[in-house]
Design a protein around this ligand. Sequence first.
Ligand code: PEP
Ligand code: MG
Length: 906
Amino acid sequence: MVVQTPAAPATADRAAKKKWVYRFTAGKAEGNATMRALLGGKGAGLAEMTNAGLPVPPGFTITTEACNAYFAGGKRFPDGLWDEVLEGLSAVERETGKRLGDPKDPLLVSVRSGAQMSMPGMMDTVLNLGLNDETRAGLAKLTGNERFAWDAYRRFIQMFGRIVLEIDAAKFEHALEAAKKKAKAKQDTDLGADQLRVLVDDFRKIVKKEKGRDFPSDPKEQLRLAIEAVFRSWFGKRAHDYREVNKIAHDLGTACSVVTMVFGNMGNDSGTGVAFTRDPNTGDRTLFGEYLLNAQGEDVVAGIRTPHKLAELEREIPKAYRQFTEIAERLEKHYRDVQDLEFTIERGKLYMLQTRSAKRTARAAVRIAVEMVREGVIDKKEALRRVEPVHVDQLLLPRFDEKAVEQARKEGRYLGKGLNASPGAATGRAVFEADRAVEWKGKGEVVLLVRPETSPDDFHGMVAAAGILTSRGGSTSHAAVVARGLGLPCVVGMGELNVDLAKRTMKVGDKTLKEGGTISIDGTTGEVFLGELPTISPDYEKETELHQVLKWADEVRTLGVWVNADTPAECVRARRFGAEGVGLARTEHMFREAERLPYVQAMILAADATERRKHLRKLLPFQTKDFREIYKAMDGLPVVIRLIDPPLHEFLREIDMKELARITGLSPAKARAHVESRRAQLAEENPMLGLRGCRLLLVFPEILEMQIRAILGAAADVAAKGVVAKPEIMMPLVGTMGELHRLRTQTFEVAAAIEKERGTKIPFKFGTMIEIPRACVIADEIAAQTEFFSFGTNDLTQTVLGISRDDAQKSFLTRYVEEKIIPTDPFVSIDQEGVGAMVRMGVERGRKTKPDLKIGICGEHGGDPASIDFFHRAGLTYVSPSTFRVPSARLAAAHAALAGRTQRDR
Ligand code: PEP
Ligand code: MG
């Protein structure tokens, strides 16, 4: 077969000027750590380590640009690439004194993928490249180790066959299992040279049968095909899925590093391992890792054999261990961050194969950031950048209720323990295949993915699952690494667990569970239980390191963080989380409580204002009590209370007819008939654009009166007891000045009446939501009549885009996002160009009238980090997320400030 294919003509001219290959040979590298975008994280790390004088096997990295040019040219190598590869190869050959394909002293290489962002296990790598019948024989002779040479060969054919030739992996695995069975071998390492030789023959037959051609024996052809396969893996399904979830651009491309092979499987003075310079689960400052003697890298990562703790290496190969610990320390210092390292020991000699910034759990991220500031390694701002808002959310993850755990133990529901690979607790129905996980989730089930081990092909199922359990693998196995990245609870290496994929069952001891059975896993302790366990939230007060990070965040952020809270209990919690005010109390939520709803319903059924007032009088004490409690909880902080907003029919969904009859004095039959006719009367084709928000208050001014009485009456009540109540009355859905004038007049009339009755002044602020596009347009006029705005971005998104906030997801919006018709769900992350432009207009016009106008946002977007960044830039005063997102919003606001772009002159 011809090795070289002609370059793609379209790109030839431009491409010719590019440098495609960067070498790291003879202790010197052409690249360095800053070139991640071009060389990928792996290539940049190898270059940096080489320049630092660390033992790195020589090699070269093909750039991400080459990968992109390959695809742009219709899957052809750009002009000049293959020549540069051959030159790089010659440099490696010169340094090692070996040659690719030389039967006497063959050079073997690995061909490794590596993108700018770490995508662990999502793309492909080929090891032992360069082997054929002749070089295998040479390798055997040189090493004096027949078994080793056959093992390397069979691994190569297996890996190349799967990745490059795209043959179903199971075909090779079946042959391997059969060989082991025949030889009565327990592990792969128990197979002898003769058995491996037969296996190589079987593997080659598989290739011939599946591909209709012989296994390629020309090492240069192998190299070229492997590079193409690595490029291809950038667009492989699992890499694609991973980028979707992690919001990584699809056009970055992968680099490809070709590295001299070193062998961890040359006997018991050889080995391979992965390590972290600190514990990636807890952040503990100890070298943390695993290794296997007499093994190759994929054995550790795939979790096929259970690896040993790194500390044991000190006993087994002390010299290499000491050198490794020194290098690890040096690399952490050099990069000023925790490193994820890969190493191989070949006959006692240590080689470094990778260094990259380590993925870590939320707990570890926070702890490491705080401790590195204390150690003087990084400053507070850097520490803030190293913690993500999602880490903060994860730290407040639920865990199992201990009493329920005790009970489960007594009931014999404790199944066993695996490695605690990623924290958090999850209860759900067991499924055993990734596709099933997706399918079941689609049906609304909470599922846990249970597997012998996971591979990158399971990624979509892992994303769909609420937690992951495997019977094999260590804490650096694929399942563990991916789960940590996704923030999912995960237990791995649960030895007593038997998963039967064919029968779709799992078995532990004498307990068998079928697909769909419920289990509970605790990724923090590693424990697994049968059946459901209730979860409880963690104790925020005890998270001292998190408090430290959030305190630093408060020092740098300029955006306020308030909270959407409707109940006193929520207010108390939110205040502990650091909320600086209530940005939205939705009063209608208080109407829905059982003892109140019948009065609300009676009020809705009322024939006239007099009757409505009668029922509203009953509601007044309830609502007053609510507000008193909220003021007490928020003592000294502002509380924005929005008057009733939803369409009235929403209160008529469930009716206790007996109670309603009692209240209205009607017979149950009459009450029912009355309800039906009122329902019919209130029915609207577009209720969200109908009689709701301030329109309700204008049609039924008695409701406004009752609510203002409750708000201000409660304020006067608690003020008398020394509580500093700061009510801010907010009108929903205002779109015209006519509405606003009337609402304002009525509000101030009621306020004046209450003040007169009570003989005291009751301070309050008057403001509006801005959630109708027209309100943004007339924001200058609105500002003249109000003291604050709050953007209701849920309704504003609905009205600007003309997309229903309630129905769109299921019918088309999710599909729009999947098919990239729009980049993200605009109800989750603000549509910056459209809705965002309206927000900017509202801010600009409002502040033209009142430069100091206080402007908040209380839609769901107030808890979304990307949206928070936008609101910071738009010059808002505060964001108001839901209670549990308050801590992460504080950090997101700090990140926005650190990014240093604000339009507002503060
Ligand atoms: C909004 O529309 O953004 C808002 C906060 O109000 P609600 O969600 O109650 O309509
Ligand atoms: Mg709204």
